[in-house]
Design a protein around this ligand. Structure first.
Ligand SMILES: [Zn+2]
Length: 256
């Protein structure tokens, strides 16, 4: 079985004590690649160094996370721009709008999001979107600004069935992880009916562990539990789910 964790913050301090073991467990579980979304200038260098040391197993993205958008965010965007000019990245992310924690900087979040979305389109790389409590808002924004040649993924998708099909119609993928396994989740019903060629899997580790591990630090090896849930929902084997979602990730992120 081959699994790609398309969204994992394995470079964060939460993993400093046992990152080697976490990586070993991930490999044992069949994880073949871990894609790492950036947050902000406090963690960019740590992310790049840890990805470099992993010999291609962990692959960095570059971008400014919406919860790091506040006064002075233009400076942070300049930092991202500089990194993007220095090296090739497989995606811009994670970017987006977060209306769960704080709505003070919504205008700034919109601007940072659209700026980075335009960069992704012009560079021909996918955009990795954080849409906590803002799925409708982001879809409206994208419809209004219609940025050509833009593709990407709504990571940790948590919208409605309508929002799922709108996102897919606009050319996006849905990132599915631990929340699929939560008891009250309406995701299984939505995911049962979406196009399977637009679903990728992710942990968002250290956050959002699958149901059995709630309250614990999430890690890539637990992605197996998400695959098993998807297998039941789609009524196919976990091997087939891994084959489908791996192909999707390869298509979206343009792996050779
Ligand atoms: Zn994330």
């Amino acid at each position: 079985m081959k699994i790609i964790d398309t969204h994992c913050h394995l470079y964060l301090e939460e993993f400093d004590v046992d990152r080697e073991q976490v990586l070993a467990r991930a490999m044992d579980a069949g994880v073949s690649k871990i894609l790492c979304p950036a947050i902000d200038s406090r963690t960019h260098d740590r992310m790049l160094e840890i990805c470099r040391l992993s010999d291609g197993f962990m692959i960095p993205m570059m971008g400014l996370h919406p919860t790091s958008v506040r006064e002075g965010y233009q400076e942070e965007l300049k930092v991202v721009e500089r990194y993007l000019a220095e090296n090739k990245y497989l995606a811009i992310g994670e970017v987006g709008i977060d209306l769960y924690w704080d709505t003070t900087y919504i205008k700034e979040q919109e601007d940072a999001f659209l700026t980075q979305a335009r960069w992704a389109a012009s560079m021909g790389v996918p955009l990795v979107i954080h849409s906590r409590n803002s799925m409708g808002h982001i879809l409206d924004l994208l419809a209004k600004h219609s940025i050509k040649n833009l593709t990407g993924v709504f990571h940790c998708f948590s919208g409605t069935a309508e929002e799922a099909s709108k996102a897919i119609d606009m050319g996006f993928f849905l990132g599915i992880g631990g929340p699929l396994t939560y008891k009250k989740s309406n995701l299984p019903e939505i995911i049962r009916n979406v196009r399977r060629d637009r679903v990728v899997v992710e942990t968002d580790a250290p956050y959002l562990p699958p149901v059995h591990f709630r309250g614990k630090r999430n890690e890539p090896s637990w992605l197996n539990l998400v695959l098993q849930h998807l297998a039941v929902i789609w009524n196919i084997s976990a091997e087939e789910v891994s084959a489908i979602t791996t192909q999707n990730a390869q298509r979206l992120f343009q792996f050779i």
